[in-house]
Design a protein around this ligand. Sequence first.
Ligand SMILES: [Zn+2]
Length: 250
Amino acid sequence: MKSKTEAIIISSMNLGDADKLVSFFSLDRGMLKGVAKNARKSFKRFGAGLESFTLVRLHLYEREHQELVRLESSEIIEQHASIGCELGRAAAGAVMLELVREMSPLGERNAPAFLLLSHVLHLLDEGEEPLFLLSVFMIKFLSLLGYQPKLDHCLSCGTRPKGEAMFLGMKGGILCPSCMRSSEEPEIRLSAGAVGFYYHVLRMDMEKVSRLKPSHNIIRELDRAFAAHTFCILGKRLKSTDFLKTVCTI
Ligand SMILES: [Zn+2]
C-alpha cells in the first residue's frame, strides 16, 4: 500500500552498500522505521531529506505485518539546518529526538505530539534558547503521551505545597515539606517557581510560550526532576543527556 505523510527524521544510518535505515516520527502513523533503498546513490529521490531534524514529506510503501516500511522518496518541507551548526542547539535537539524515539509506541498516531516537535524544532532553528525549549518540550510531550507528573498536591497528605516540595521520580509526584522526611529516595527539590512554570507551560499554547522567562535555577530543577521521571518510565537514562551536559551548564 502506498501512502505519504509529513514526518520528522529522527535518525538515519547506512545499511549495506547503498541503503539507509531511517527512524522517523510521522504525522499520520507516529513513530516508524523504514529502509530507503539506494538512498546513498539516488540524490534525486532523497537529497538531504533523510537528515536528522528535517521536516519532510515521505512517500512510503507498506506491507501488512512488516515492521519496516519502504521509503520511496523524501521532499524537504523545512530543513532546520542551523540546529546542527551550534552545539547547544544540537545537544538539546538530540535529547528531544531520543525522547520521541524511546517513548513513542511504533505506528501509533499522535498528531499533537508531532505538531509539538515540529513547532519546537522550528523555534530551536530560529535561535530560541535551547535549554528553555527542551524544558518546554519535556513538559508538553510527556503530558501528550500520558506521563504527566502531578506537581500540584502532596502524594502523601494531599495538601498543595506553598513553598518548596520534593519530587519523587518513582511516583511521578511531589511531597510537601512536612511529609518529606520519611522518604528514602534521593532528594530532588522543586521550588514554587519551578512548579508554577511547569503549569504555565502545560496550559499555554506554543505560540505564547516564548513569553515566559524562567530563571536558570528553574530550568535546572525541572531538568533533574524530568531526568528522574523519564528514568523511571524507561528504566534507563537518555544517552544524549551526557552530550548535553558537556556543552551546556545545567
Ligand atoms: Zn504532605
